[in-house]
Design a protein around this ligand. Sequence first.
Ligand code: NAI
Ligand code: MG
Length: 359
Amino acid sequence: MKNIRIAVVPGDGIGPEISKVTLDVLAEAASSFKDRLKLDFVEKNIGYELWQETGEYLEINGIKHGGISEDILKCYDSTDAMLYVATSGGSFPQGFLTPFPVVRRRYGIFANVRPAKTLPNVFSIKSDIDLVLVREQTEGLWMGKEHGVENEVMHAQVTISRKATERLAEFSFELARSRNRLKKVVCVHKNNVLPKAFGLFLNVFKEVSHKYVDCSLVDMHTDVLPYELIIAPEKLDVIATTNMYGDAISGEVAGICGGLGIAPSGEYGVDYAIFRPVHGSAPDLKGKDVANPIATILSAAMMMEWLGDKHHSAEACRIGNRIRQAVESVLKDGKFMTPDLGGTASTDMVAQAIIDSLK
Ligand code: NAI
Ligand code: MG
């Protein structure tokens, strides 16, 4: 019997409702393999609502991250992967930042992967989109690297290193190879404006590309990608870019097919990964039973597939595949769609339809 331990962070807003139904779907999908694989869920919450209740925070490099503690992190340490729905980072008062970067740093997350795929009965600007955005997650223009004279002039620092870029480039080419679709990596940068920093980013991608003779590298400026995503998204496969730009473009990547309600993501370290929807905690939908659970359910499918590879568990891979197929069949059927997809079904009804399809 194999044991896999999964950390579960429901978070804030719609997080708890979505987390509950996602765990129900996982339990159903795993039930056929219960004599060979045991999934243990370690549920510990972090986030804004926890901060409101307890005032707990962690200070790292002079930055206070609200709603998290060392004790909570210790509970996650014994797990193999994490399912993280969403925390209300934007709700913290000035002087506090969201807890999520602490979790990312703790588990060495360096690549954020956001797939966009045309799904049945779901809005898509083309019928055959199947791409992934890979966003560097440790440096670039990010988190608190600011100095200057407050209220007068502030500078924010961009860091691009050979080491982090090499790791990202290798990850991107490996992904292009394993997806076995167009075997194309598009490196997105702005080296005409920051020739040294983004020049290094592109050059490292070029160097790494020589090791992947079966794959091609395309060099693209940041202002061209939003256009290509609209005009010819079917010609894109793996898109690799820096931290802030990857964050900015991820909404468009989700919007060209299906929207935030169905967009999953995986954030990868060397031997740990965190899976979560692209959307946030959607406080406007909290408690209304209308949030689409599919983004998180597909994130759980990505998690099981990754765990299957990591633990050489065919059962875990099968659980991931089965969840993906069940989601596609519910969408194809079209009877249970949440309002974001033009339907009137509730969160619970969509999850139940997925569970029924798994039976
Ligand atoms: P959001 O993604 O929560 O919501 C944006 C829009 O999409 C809203 O209209 C919302 O109703 C809709 N939406 C989101 N999830 C949906 C779902 N599952 N089904 C149907 N519609 C859905 O982004 P927003 O409003 O900018 O941020 C809300 C809070 O979430 C903020 O505090 C922000 O910091 C946080 N956030 C957290 C993230 C995370 O923890 N992964 C990521 C992005 C935002
Ligand atoms: Mg974002």
